[in-house]
Design a protein around this ligand. Structure first.
Ligand SMILES: *[C@@H]1O[C@H](CO)[C@@H](O)[C@H](O)[C@H]1NC(C)=O
Ligand SMILES: *[C@@H]1O[C@H](CO)[C@@H](O)[C@H](O)[C@H]1NC(C)=O
Ligand SMILES: *[C@@H]1O[C@H](CO)[C@@H](O)[C@H](O)[C@H]1NC(C)=O
Ligand SMILES: *[C@@H]1O[C@H](CO)[C@@H](O)[C@H](O)[C@H]1NC(C)=O
Ligand SMILES: *[C@@H]1O[C@H](CO)[C@@H](O)[C@H](O)[C@H]1NC(C)=O
Ligand SMILES: *[C@@H]1O[C@H](CO)[C@@H](O)[C@H](O)[C@H]1NC(C)=O
Ligand SMILES: *[C@@H]1O[C@H](CO)[C@@H](O)[C@H](O)[C@H]1NC(C)=O
Ligand SMILES: *[C@@H]1O[C@H](CO)[C@@H](O)[C@H](O)[C@H]1NC(C)=O
Ligand SMILES: *[C@@H]1O[C@H](CO)[C@@H](O)[C@H](O)[C@H]1NC(C)=O
Ligand SMILES: *[C@@H]1O[C@H](CO)[C@@H](O)[C@H](O)[C@H]1NC(C)=O
Ligand SMILES: *[C@@H]1O[C@H](CO)[C@@H](O)[C@H](O)[C@H]1NC(C)=O
Length: 808
């Protein structure tokens, strides 16, 4: 560990010149003088207004994710939208944009008026109950709220089990005196096909069900095992529709006539304990009911089900993950510190660790699931983990490769053991290339990545077309190889998929081939490198140099855009603003077009490996800058969707790194902040979170390349200690300004030596170092502006490098 890092706390105190800063310094330091990042995690960010963030209790990458489920914005289970609570369930996804995900087998606590069983509300709609907004408490490993009924619910988790405390208020006989807890054989989206439940005299409820994944094909089986403690059991039974009985003790339900959804489950009624608290322990498993019971018994094993101890274990797990990053805020507001640590926290919701829970194949490799979707995750979330959690990312990548080995394809989207829908290219290729150029490895010599296998997996995406490329791989490979673009209305009898997005797929496939070339080069496969570098230039074939773009009939003044092209080489036509926020959304199923979820205007910049060539086609640096500025100011971009991420940093390639600093400060915190509505779109696992965290650090990756663009950080100093090498990277600012008037880098040093490049490599993190930036109020005309200081690009054909050296 570098010496300046050991004295970090001392530095914070010494540097605390202003009153504001002293207050901040005090608050970033725990009572005993140790910084506790958990104080800065606000799990309610993005729990309203479509962020779909999971607010509940989870371990990092945990499979068990417990929270209250509402009937309003419930994609991630809970929302601060003040809708009604319909249950408390044990598994969720975070920030996703498909149908509401998971939420299987919810519990619901209540009193039955007059203690008459049939007076209880069994159906989801009937039992829906308001919660008290001010009662919501969400901290790492913990979630609690109080229902309008006065019943309080608290929850914490282990890897595969959830532990609940339901506190029942003292009650009158009119409202009932004997608490009842039901279990519903459903999930958030009522996707259950058929299910079985049984309850025994000890009140153990167990069962299983078949469900449909929220954005994918097929179905999956999930098993659970619920036990109760703290109260004497009065009776048990099952319920169907809105009626319940004590006999029989088990039931099988399937879909009714016309696939009608039958509501059913089990229940346990108790005598109210004097302290009112009934504990419920629920184990889950994808393997069997027995394994669900074992998971619960092994992970919550002590006789008393130590809630506080389990919560503390979860807190410690989070502390260990978040302690990798420390800051000297320099007077930045508490809101920004909270935004930063909460964002880092959310990058570790998913993928989820289902190792030991995969029924699909036998393997000793790790198994991760909930890649939801790689189209979102490859841009910054998985690259962020390369820095803060390389050990887990190594496991995640081994899991991707094992999935390739057993299913024949790298996943693009994957949830609940099922294949998800592909959105564009085969972007796991970029994930692998990014890890490759950053030499990703883990602390354990026995856990490394098989790069030859990785190469085969990426090569498979590039060469072989699956019959169903809605689920994996790429479509249109015959045309890709013969014509060097994906044609509009392609003729493709090899495989089937959503036959749209010919422009965005051409762009993404080009970059996917570049990723393949990158790995090939590293492995010494020169011929393959040359072949796929040539294919990575295919994007050029859809550039139509005379296309213009108008908004409401008014010419934007730019000429030259991507356009669709038929098989016979004739140009088709698509309005460059179509699919932008100005013209209406395009998805796979609603309004599919030649670009996916964004416009030609946005996608014109998606050539991450060939920016100098794109700048030339765009009319040179000045014209390119004007295009970028127009994109960001005209309403054409939606920063709440992932294709826009990289466009905030591309000014770097046109010798104006200061404009990238300016651009990101337009978005964070005004559109990415620490409020419940603080996300402009779905978090998408933790994609938006990683975008925010990177921006606040002053770095952003060009994924698949060993490049981080440097912009002005949001704190005076940020230190990241590599969990692998123990070396610390420090990014600090001289002239730091917490009011962000000074956001332009004037000059920089790396370990005390002048550093003029506008980018830096991953070595900063693995080898450690101090990048010191001097900030000013005006854009510098010199720093990062000369050709040799630009982010590097290989010019295809010549093997020359444009911009800086590939190594730093
Ligand atoms: C710091 O914490 C104290 C006490 O916990 C609080 O009163 C104060 O408002 C906090 N300061 C800032 C800047 O948030
Ligand atoms: C300080 O508090 C942290 C976090 O609660 C704890 O892990 C650590 O052991 C404490 N250190 C001392 C010296 O008490
Ligand atoms: C399932 O999700 C879709 C939205 O994606 C929604 O329209 C539908 O109502 C949901 N169904 C249920 C039963 O929640
Ligand atoms: C349950 O539903 C699934 C999916 O519809 C089906 O494959 C399976 O055979 C069903 N099982 C039973 C026992 O009906
Ligand atoms: C589902 O659970 C029921 C009741 O515990 C059990 O009889 C049945 O075998 C289980 N089904 C599967 C596929 O494990
Ligand atoms: C994933 O889960 C398995 C089984 O619980 C555990 O052994 C492994 O350490 C976990 N992997 C990571 C990276 O946390
Ligand atoms: C990866 O390893 C190579 C060869 O040892 C080295 O030159 C390069 O700097 C390393 N890259 C990173 C990002 O650590
Ligand atoms: C190419 O194909 C398109 C679509 O079928 C057609 O409209 C166009 O006329 C063709 N061009 C030529 C030169 O045949
Ligand atoms: C926080 O972000 C949301 C969503 O992007 C935005 O609507 C809101 O105005 C922002 N709030 C603040 C205080 O900046
Ligand atoms: C960096 O820029 C600042 C402000 O322009 C100047 O005071 C300082 O001398 C410069 N340092 C170097 C190493 O060029
Ligand atoms: C900085 O920019 C402001 C206007 O934005 C201008 O008034 C001022 O003269 C500039 N300062 C320098 C040193 O160029």
């Amino acid at each position: 560990m570098a010496p300046h890092f050991v004295s970090r706390l001392l530095l914070i105190v010494l540097a605390g010149a202003s009153v504001l800063f002293l207050a901040t310094a005090q608050n970033t330091t725990a009572q005993n003088g140790t910084f506790d990042p958990l104080k800065y995690v606000n799990q309610l960010i993005g729990t309203n207004n479509g962020g779909n963030v999971f607010a509940g209790a989870t371990l990092p990458y945990g499979m068990a994710k417990a929270v209250a489920d509402v009937d309003g914005q419930n994609t991630g289970g809970f929302s601060t939208d003040q809708s009604n609570v319909v249950g408390f369930s044990h598994m969720h996804d975070s920030g996703t944009g498909g149908n509401p995900s998971l939420g299987n087998f919810p519990l619901f606590p209540q009193y039955c008026p007059g203690d008459v069983l049939d007076n209880c509300n069994f159906l989801r709609e009937a039992r829906a109950t308001k919660y008290k907004l001010e009662s919501v408490v969400a901290t790492p490993g913990y979630f609690a709220l109080e229902l309008g009924s006065g019943i309080k619910a608290e929850m914490t988790v282990t890897e595969h089990a959830a532990l609940y405390h339901f506190t029942f208020p003292t009650s009158t006989s009119a409202s009932g005196t004997n608490p009842l807890i039901l279990l519903d054989l459903t999930d958030l989206n009522a996707s259950r096909q058929n299910a079985t439940v049984s309850v025994d005299e000890d009140g153990r409820i167990k069962g299983n069900g078949t469900f449909i994944p929220s954005f994918g094909s097929g179905s999956f089986m999930l098993y659970f095992c619920a036990d109760f403690q703290g109260a004497t059991i009065k009776d048990t039974g099952i319920w169907v529709n809105n009626r319940a009985g004590t006999e029989p003790k088990s039931i099988f339900v399937t879909r009714g006539i016309n696939l009608f959804y039958l509501e059913a489950g089990s229940w346990v009624q108790f005598e109210r304990p004097s302290n009112g608290v009934i504990s419920a322990r629920v184990g889950v498993s994808f393997i069997s009911t027995d394994q669900a019971c074992q998971n619960a018994e092994q992970e919550i094993s002590d006789a008393e089900w130590d809630f506080a101890g389990i919560k503390k274990t979860a807190e410690d797990a989070w502390r260990e993950k978040l302690n990798v990053v420390s800051i000297d805020s320099g007077g930045a507001s508490q809101d920004l510190i909270t935004n930063f640590y909460s964002s880092i926290y959310r990058t570790m919701m998913s993928p989820q660790n289902y190792t030991g829970e995969n029924p699909l194949w036998e393997s000793s490799e790790p198994y991760f699931d909930s890649f939801y979707c790689i189209w979102d995750l490859f841009r910054s979330q998985l690259p962020f983990l390369t820095i803060v959690d390389p050990n887990t990312l190594t496991s995640i990548i081994r899991s991707l490769l094992d999935t390739y080995k057993h299913l024949g394809w790298l996943p693009d989207c994957r949830m609940s053991l099922c294949k998800g829908f592909t959105q564009g290219g085969s972007n796991a290729d970029v994930v692998l290339a990014d890890a490759y150029v950053k030499n990703l490895t883990s602390s354990s010599p026995s856990s490394t990545i098989d790069w030859e296998l990785a190469y085969q997996a990426v090569l498979n995406d590039a060469e072989n077309e699956p019959i169903d490329w809605s689920n994996e791989g790429r479509g249109g490979l015959m045309s890709w190889k013969a014509l060097n673009y994906i044609p509009y209305l392609d003729y493709d009898y090899l495989g089937f998929g959503t036959n749209s997005r010919s422009i965005s797929r051409t762009l993404e496939y080009s970059y996917n081939d570049f990723s393949l070339a990158t790995i090939a080069k590293g492995l010494g496969k020169e011929d393959e490198y040359t072949k796929y570098m040539a294919r990575s230039t295919n994007w050029q074939n859809l550039w139509k140099s005379d296309t213009k773009s108008a908004i409401n009939g008014k010419d934007t003044g730019f000429t030259g855009f991507f356009q669709p092209k038929y098989l016979n080489g004739t140009w088709g036509s698509m309005d460059p603003i179509a699919c932008s926020p100005l013209a209406g959304f395009c998805s796979l199923t609603s309004n599919p077009q030649e670009t996916f979820e964004d416009s030609i205007w946005e996608y014109q910049f998606y050539v991450p490996h060939a920016m100098p060539q794109l700048i030339t086609l765009s009319g040179g640096n000045a014209a390119f800058i004007s295009r970028l500025q127009f994109l960001h100011t005209s309403g054409l971009t939606n920063i709440g969707n992932e294709p826009s991420f990289l466009t905030s940093f591309l000014y770097h390639y046109a010798s104006r790194p200061g404009l990238s600093s300016y651009q990101v400060h337009q978005y964070v915190p005004s559109l990415f902040n620490d409020t419940t509505i603080g996300l402009p779109g779905n978090d998408d696992s933790g994609a938006m979170a990683s975008f925010t965290a990177f921006i606040m650090m002053g770095l952003f990756p060009n994924p698949g390349q060993n490049i981080y663009f440097i912009t002005a950080p949001y704190f005076a100093s940020i230190s990241i200690t590599s969990p692998i090498t123990g070396k610390t990277a420090v990014i600090k600012s001289t002239n730091f300004d917490p009011t962000y008037q000074r956001i332009y880098i004037q000059n920089a040093t790396l370990d005390g030596k002048p550093y003029t490049k506008s980018w830096i490599g991953h070595e900063l993190f693995t080898e450690g170092g101090t990048l010191e930036l001097t900030l000013g109020a005006n854009e510098s005309s010199t720093w990062g502006t000369s050709t040799g200081d630009l982010p590097p690009t290989v010019v295809v054909g010549t093997q020359e490098e444009y911009g800086g050296e590939m190594r730093f």
